[in-house]
Design a binder for this molecule. Sequence first.
Ligand SMILES: Cc1cc2nc3c(=O)[nH]c(=O)nc-3n(C[C@H](O)[C@H](O)[C@H](O)COP(=O)(O)OP(=O)(O)OC[C@H]3O[C@@H](n4cnc5c(N)ncnc54)[C@H](O)[C@@H]3O)c2cc1C
Length: 338
Amino acid sequence: MIIKNNISLKPCNTFNVDIKAKYFAEVNNTKELKELLSNKQYISEKKLILGGGSNILFTNNFDGIVIKLNNLSIKIISETKENVFVQSDAGVEWDSFVKYTIDKGLSGIENLSLIPGNVGASPIQNIGAYGVEVKDIIESVSIMHLDSLEEKILLKAECNFNYRNSIFKNELKNKFVITSVVFKFPKQNCVNIEYASLKNYFVGKDENEITSKDVRNAVISIRERKLPDPNKVGNAGSFFKNPIITKEKYEELKNEYSDLNGYPETNSKIKISAGWLIEKCGLKGKHIGNVGVHEKQALVIVNYGNATGNEIVEFSKMIQNLVQNKFNIKIVNEINII
Ligand SMILES: Cc1cc2nc3c(=O)[nH]c(=O)nc-3n(C[C@H](O)[C@H](O)[C@H](O)COP(=O)(O)OP(=O)(O)OC[C@H]3O[C@@H](n4cnc5c(N)ncnc54)[C@H](O)[C@@H]3O)c2cc1C
C-alpha cells in the first residue's frame, strides 16, 4: 500500500484539472483496503474512491483521502451450458477487460470498447455506448462499506440500473466501494450492430459472420474519429445526459426541426440527443478562454489548457441555460462534480 500526502491529482483525472488531495492511497487488494479503512489516522477523513478519473470534475482541493484500487485480477469463475461467468477486480482498466473477454471468444461488451476508466466504476453510471449498456451483462457487484467494512454482493436486480444511473449514484453514493464485478456472458455469439453507425459500418456484410472482434474494431475506429483523446486534450466524455422528454414535447420539436431523432424510452417518453440541442444553440466548437465545446461532438466539454474545475462548471451552466431558454428542456450532468 502506498499513501502520499498533499498530492496533485492532475495526472489522475482526464479533465487535467490541477487540484490537490490531502492524502492519496493506492491499495492492491481488499485486505489492504480494510487495513486502510480501519486505520485510526484516516477513519474520520472524508473519502473518495477514484478509478481512472474519467467521469469526474474536481472544483476544489480534496480535503480527505482519495483511494485508488489497484486490484487487477480477472478470472472465469464458472460455466454453464449457456453462459460463462467472469469476475473482474475493480482496479482493472475497463478496455483491457473488454479485450480480455474478446480474446477468450466471448461477446457482449465489445460495443463498450475504448470507454476510459476502470471496471469498478462501470456499474456506477451503467456505462453505455452503441446500443449496449453494461447492465445487460452484469451478474453481480461486490461492495464494501466504507465505515463498517461490511462486504456484500448485490445481484443485478438490486442495483436499480437505469440510463446512466444505478443504486450507486443514489442510495449507496459515497457509502460503499465496489471491489469487483461478475459478468455473465452468453456462450452464443450475441453481437449487436443495431446502432445506426455500426449498421452503416457493416453494410453489405453477412451479420452471422460478424465477430465480437470485428465489432470492437469498428467501435474503436468510430470513436477515434469522433471523440477527443483524453491523453491529448482534457475532457470527460459526455458532460450531460441525454434528456428524456414526453412524446408531446418530442412531436412539437419534430414539427420545427425535421433532423431531430428520438429513441423511445417508454410508451410515453422519448430520449433525444443533448449534443443535438447544444449544437442547435450554435455552441459546437465555441470556446471561452481555455474551455470549449468539442468541434466534432457537442456533448463533450474540453479543457484546452489549464482551466480550473470552476471555470468548466461555469461554462457547463452557460450551456444548460442556453438549452433551457431555447428549448425549455433541462439537461443534467452526467459527470460527477466534486
Ligand atoms: C473520452 C471519453 C469517452 C467516454 N465515453 C463514454 C461512453 O461512451 N459511455 C459511458 O457510459 N461513459 C463514457 N465516458 C465516461 C467514463 O469513461 C465512464 O463513466 C467510466 O465508467 C468512469 O470510470 P472511472 O474509473 O474513470 O471513474 P472515475 O471518474 O474515477 O469515478 C467516477 C465516479 O465513480 C466513483 N467510483 C469510481 N470507482 C469506484 C469504486 N470502485 N467504488 C465506488 N465508487 C467508485 C468515483 O468516486 C466517482 O464518483 C467517457 C469518458 C471519456 C473521457
